[in-house]
Design a protein around this ligand. Structure first.
Ligand SMILES: [Mn+2]
Length: 295
């Protein structure tokens, strides 16, 4: 298993100095830094090259997370938006190739967060999502994108994929439409599973060998090991399906900014939100996660 952390743990906005966080992740002992896709389209070629070099020099693998903006919704009922989204992802995959990132995960089949003040068309969003993702899978192959993770989210954040059963069925439908899209995989997150699944272990087993990326965090999004998530059950299930892939912790504990607003962090979830204290907690959690989940 490769263990990582999402940079936004330390940030209040959906961008940041990724080079800084690469060095920090390496220093704390992580294998992976997950970065947000949002800022990448603004990067110049030399900035992308610098990012790739920094990751290489520090022995860090970059993975990419994305909560797609509404204008990049591959399942939009508006054909013009869908076409725009395809172009966005094509450009993003090209940029990912330049930084040697081969994995992207999130609500790629939709957008995030959902505006629930508007009517919801789950079936339409699902069907357009399957078509759009089949195409993104094929485009991704051209840029060496080995994993496009369909992240299963809780009901408050998205309506398309709420359970591992739905995520698995969605990926099967995508592959039926585009058999080459073996890079389209299920992505699970313990925080979301805790809200939606009857059994977290069975949810992981349901995804089985379609599981392509795994996010960890406690029920209140503290770092793994500080709450009451059933880590032994999670470990046993990951072991049962022979999962040996990427495990990225995605803690959010600081209120404020766009991150705090989007994630709905209305209090300091930990007593000490200083950078040093966050670093220490991440380092301890990494030790916990390796001990708990590694074979
Ligand atoms: Mn997640």
């Amino acid at each position: 298993m490769q263990h990582g952390i999402y940079y936004a743990y330390w940030e209040r906005e959906w961008n940041g100095d990724y080079n800084y966080y690469i060095r920090k992740a390496a220093k704390l002992g992580f294998d992976i830094l997950e970065i947000a896709a949002g800022p990448l389209p603004e990067y110049t070629l030399s900035e992308l090259q610098e990012l790739r070099r920094c990751a290489e020099d520090n022995g860090i693998r970059l993975t990419v997370g994305y909560g797609p903006a509404p204008e990049n919704n591959i399942a939009s009922p508006d054909a013009k938006v869908r076409a725009h989204a395809r172009e966005f992802y094509k450009d993003l995959f090209e940029r990912m190739e330049k930084i040697h990132a081969t994995l992207i995960g999130g609500a790629i089949y939709s957008c995030w967060p959902i505006d629930y003040s508007q009517p919801i068309d789950k079936q339409g969003d699902w069907e357009r999502g399957v078509e759009g993702i089949a195409e993104l899978g094929r485009i991704g192959l051209e840029y060496g994108i080995g994993t496009i993770g369909m992240e299963v989210l809780n009901r408050f954040e998205n309506h398309v994929l709420n359970t591992a059963e739905e995520g698995t069925r969605f990926v099967h439908e995508v592959r039926q439409l585009e058999p080459r899209a073996e890079n389209v995989k299920v992505m699970l997150d313990t925080f979301h599973m805790n809200i939606e699944e009857q059994s977290i272990g069975n949810a992981i087993r349901e995804a089985g060998d379609l599981l392509g990326h795994f996010h960890t965090g406690e029920c209140n999004r503290m770092v793994p090991g500080q709450g009451h998530m059933p880590w032994r059950e999670i470990r046993d299930a990951l072991k049962a399906i022979g999962y040996d892939g990427t495990v990225v912790m995605e803690p959010f504990v600081i209120p404020g900014g766009t991150v705090g607003k989007d994630i709905k962090i209305w209090r300091s979830v930990v007593n000490d939100t200083s950078e040093g204290a966050l670093d220490e907690a991440a380092e301890a959690s990494l030790r916990f996660q390796r001990f708990m989940l590694d074979k």
